[in-house]
Design a binder for this molecule. Structure first.
Ligand SMILES: Cc1cc2nc3c(=O)[nH]c(=O)nc-3n(C[C@H](O)[C@H](O)[C@H](O)COP(=O)(O)OP(=O)(O)OC[C@H]3O[C@@H](n4cnc5c(N)ncnc54)[C@H](O)[C@@H]3O)c2cc1C
Length: 581
């Protein structure tokens, strides 16, 4: 009889939402949820949150390996926590008490040797393995949806591989284990006076390994946008052996090996360690909050900033509705949150030149607030004003999304990237297509907003937020059904109008239909061949990115719904033949 007690050594997490089990909302956040339900005309009530005892889980289909049994858990809380990530649909299914099939076992590997042993055992017994970092995937990346051809599924949790192992202060880099969560990594680097400074919104509950294999996007709006920019080398335990790349600042020796690991999403192996580039914490910060009465004038200004070489650390353009969602505006203007940071030099010249560009594009700002920000560059001034308010709202949003989902609201985001020459029509088309799908699915006017999260000299990464209801009774089932239609429409729209299916949320299982249309079939064949070498029996995260050769897991366009039809891997037909449903 497996133990009913969790083997996790971390503070208990909510299996049905974000944060730790005892997370609470403050009065203002509760009021926000109430206001939203009023606006969408959904009844507000305290709904009982899901409890572990309400879920009946099937017993594990096979025994845990005897030699590793102490690291294997079938405790219901562990299995529930590892049955899904944290997307809207993951949470809705928990509120409905209909979670996806849980993994048979959760393995808490003690160390890298345990990872090797677990993969050996899994290969020998036809067991699918799903690497698990923080479990914050929003695209079905950690779900045990592996098809019918496996004897069992193990979720391989890396939480015990959570140490900074070595720091090289001269080159300013550190060797860090893959399971280390953001705050753990930050705390262990602090005594060395160094920091990674990669802050995704999910920082609290996501891991270095997860960031690297999903190519996560951090808080830097320009220059070091993805974790890719900080990776010096990687160490991947694959079923076929260990793939360790060399520590080098750069190399022109053939295709870059780390590029295959970045974005591999657990399909090639388990990232146990990486050397990453560090920085000194910033001593100087300066910011401004800029209003534009015309959103596209704001976008032109952001393009000028992105092409200026000034490299602001924050350059987030919020459209009018997004300013309301973020609590920094009243919906009448677009707002640009602009910021610079440096460990080395005061930022007067950088912010000064950026504000010239702002004025050239018709932006207005409070000159007094800018002067105060510049005067207090070494202090905490950056925490106040629109920049501070935006940051706080940004970090707290996942917490108040939980009760909103339980009240039958759809709250979801999707992100993409496109080139500047197409941006204006892209933005309008996405809002029109997805807005129409929302209205069809919900019978209400669409609430869809956008911010530019990252910007490049050749294009922005627009990040859309949508809020809707399923029906007037606040049914979570109706909301989930509406979400499926909206999600399919969003995936089809970003591909159709020339964007990517994901700028930083990864492909997982839910974005596969878009991914198959976005990348050339030949590339997928090459990936499948690489996977066959690293993972000859196809046990690593089946169904993510590509199907293992000889197994058909299939694609989907959103949890539980079939994706748009694409040509199968191996056919070299033109993308023009792809039918976007
Ligand atoms: C509220 C919220 C905010 C978010 N904000 C951001 C954001 O700002 N930027 C961003 O990029 N993403 C964001 N995400 C998405 C998510 O946090 C990222 O994809 C993150 O990189 C996942 O890290 P993780 O450790 O939680 O990985 P998991 O969710 O545990 O896993 C994600 C994928 O990586 C694989 N994997 C995990 N660890 C390893 C490993 N060590 N070796 C091999 N494979 C592994 C898993 O099998 C899975 O396919 C957000 C998600 C939520 C819920």
């Amino acid at each position: 009889m497996p133990s009913q007690t969790t083997l996790s050594r971390r503070a208990p997490r909510r299996f049905w939402g974000w944060g730790q089990a005892d997370a609470t909302l403050d009065a203002r956040e509760q009021a926000t949820v109430k206001t939203l339900t009023e606006q969408l005309e959904v009844p507000w009530s305290e709904r009982p949150v899901p409890q572990v005892h309400e879920f009946t889980l099937p017993p594990p289909r096979m025994a845990a390996p005897t030699a590793l049994a102490a690291q294997f858990s079938a405790a219901p809380l562990d299995r529930l926590n590892h049955s899904a990530g944290k997307s809207y649909a993951d949470l809705a299914r928990m509120w409905l008490r209909t979670p996806p099939a849980p993994p048979d076992w959760v393995a808490y590997a003690d160390d890298e040797q345990a990872v090797v042993d677990i993969l050996d055992w899994a290969q020998a017994h036809n067991v699918a393995v799903i690497p698990y970092g923080g479990g914050s995937s929003v695209c079905g990346g950690v779900e045990a949806a592996v098809g019918e051809s496996y004897a069992a599924v193990v979720s391989l949790d890396l939480e015990r591989l959570n140490h900074v192992l070595e720091v090289d202060p001269v080159s300013r880099a550190a060797r860090i284990q893959g399971g280390t969560l953001g705050p753990e990594l930050q705390a262990q680097l602090k005594p060395h006076g160094l920091t990674l400074r990669h802050f995704p919104q999910s920082f609290e509950f996501s891991s270095l390994g997860g960031w690297i294999v999903t190519r996560a996007g951090g808080h830097y709006a320009t220059q070091h946008t993805h974790i890719d920019d900080f990776v010096e080398n990687t160490r991947l335990v694959t079923p076929a052996g260990v793939l360790q790349t060399r520590r080098l600042p750069a190399s022109g020796a053939g295709p870059a090996p780390d590029r295959l690991v970045l974005g591999s999403e657990g399909t090639l192996g388990v990232l146990t360690e990486a050397w990453v580039r560090l920085q000194q914490p910033p001593r100087f910060r300066a910011s401004a909050s800029i209003r534009f009465s015309d959103y596209f004038a704001g976008a032109d200004c952001v393009r000028a900033l992105a092409q200026s070489g000034l490299n602001p650390s924050n350059c987030r353009l919020l459209d009018p509705l997004e300013t309301v969602f973020s609590g920094v505006g009243d919906g009448r203007h677009a707002i640009l949150v602009l910021g610079f940071e440096s460990a080395d030099h005061p930022l007067d010249a950088w912010l000064g030149r950026a504000l010239e560009l702002v004025r050239d594009h018709g932006g207005s700002y409070d000159a007094g607030a800018v002067a105060r920000s510049l005067a207090a560059q070494g202090g905490d001034e950056h925490r106040s004003g629109a920049a501070g308010a935006w940051r706080d709202a940004f970090l707290r949003m996942p917490y108040w999304r939980d009760p909103a989902v339980g009240l039958g609201l759809v709250m979801d985001t999707f992100e993409t990237a496109t080139t500047w020459d197409r941006f204006a029509s892209f933005y309008a088309s996405i809002k029109a297509d997805v807005g129409a799908a929302m209205e069809r699915a919900t019978g209400q006017e669409a609430l869809i907003s956008c911010r530019l999260t990252h910007v490049y000299p050749d294009g922005p990464a627009p990040y859309f937020t949508l809020i809707a209801r399923g029906d007037a009774q606040g049914s979570v089932a109706s909301a989930l059904a509406a979400w499926r239609d909206i999600k399919q429409a969003a995936t089809a729209a970003v591909i159709h109008h020339g964007g990517t299916v994901t700028h930083h949320h990864a492909v997982g299982r839910d974005h596969r239909s878009g991914y198959e249309q976005e990348v050339p079939p030949l590339l997928r064949q090459m990936l499948a061949a690489a996977k066959q070498v690293a993972d000859p029996t196809g046990i690593m995260n089946p169904g993510v990115l590509i199907d293992p050769v000889g197994r058909s897991v299939g694609i989907r366009g959103g949890h539980g719904c079939a994706g748009p039809r694409t040509e199968s891997l191996g056919q070299n037909s033109a993308l023009a033949h792809v039918n976007i449903a």
